[in-house]
Design a binder for this molecule. Structure first.
Ligand code: ADP
Ligand code: MG
Length: 244
């Protein structure tokens, strides 16, 4: 069973009267429990793809099944509910609320899910302890290092027990050693069965996941084609010739 399945996904933006095709027909399925890296040069459509996977924005055309459900057919409330139960998000810039403590930040998704206060406080405590922050629960984000803030963000993403974590350059704002720790934490989560999609610029990170997808100009680079950033793309339908 796939956690998600994208078929022929296109996404265009209007930039001051000019059409920008950020995604031009992406087909991609992610299996239950799989860990997938997405690489590609800046502007190739990685964040747009993650935004569509996360139901943060709609595709212009194509079909998107999340947990077997056609996202375009869901009413807003049902979509928000599916997103809340099924997905966790991790961003490069952590995206914690600055006036809330670590504990309150992690509690937030459970508040939205209407979990009673004592239960959600305990779940948030347990999750912060699991990411190694048992002694930092009452700190504000500004009182934490970048790596600690990202751990809080991961705890927040996990507290709803999602089936899929979407991470957009989760180590992009961290030094190499801290980035490794964060990746190791994400891999532990994945080892317990949560599927993982990670956008990254770091080939060392991509190499640790099950599979790597390369995007260029809004398309998936065909398997076997050199993933070198400036390698020529095969002309449509002539991939085999170009690879010879
Ligand atoms: P990446 O994450 O790979 O750097 P993005 O998905 O952010 O790439 O962007 C892909 C393309 O879509 C770029 O040309 C970008 O300028 C354009 N784009 C992304 N988001 C928007 C937006 N909200 N409005 C207009 N253009 C956008
Ligand atoms: Mg991006």
């Amino acid at each position: 069973m796939n956690v998600l399945s994208l078929t022929g996904i296109c996404r265009s933006y209007d930039q001051g009267g000019t059409r920008v095709d950020a995604l031009r027909g992406v087909d991609l399925a992610v299996a239950e429990g799989e860990a997938v890296a997405i690489m590609g040069p800046s502007g190739s459509g990685k964040s747009t793809l993650l935004g569509i996977m996360g139901c943060l924005e709609p595709a212009t055309s194509g079909s998107y099944l999340l947990a077997g459900q056609d996202v375009s057919q869901l009413l807003p409330a049902a979509l928000a509910d599916l997103r809340g139960r099924f997905l966790g998000f991790v961003f490069q810039s952590f995206n914690l609320l600055p006036r809330l403590t670590a504990l309150e930040n992690v509690e937030l998704p459970l508040l939205y899910a209407r979990m009673p206060v004592r239960q959600r406080r305990q779940a948030a405590r347990d999750m912060l302890a699991a990411v190694g922050l048992a002694d930092r629960m009452d700190h504000l984000p500004s009182q934490l290092s970048g790596g600690q803030q990202q751990r809080v963000a991961i705890a927040r993403a996990l507290v709803n027990r999602p089936r899929l974590i979407l991470a957009d350059e989760p180590t992009g704002a961290l030094d190499t050693a801290t980035g490794r720790e964060i990746l190791s934490l994400l891999r532990q989560v994945n080892a317990r069965g949560t599927a993982l999609v990670v956008v990254t610029h770091d080939p060392a990170i991509a190499a640790q996941l099950d599979r790597c997808i390369h995007l260029r100009d809004g398309r998936v680079v065909p398997a076997g084609f050199p993933p070198v950033e400036d390698a020529p793309m095969p002309a449509d339908g002539h991939g085999a010739t170009a690879m010879a």
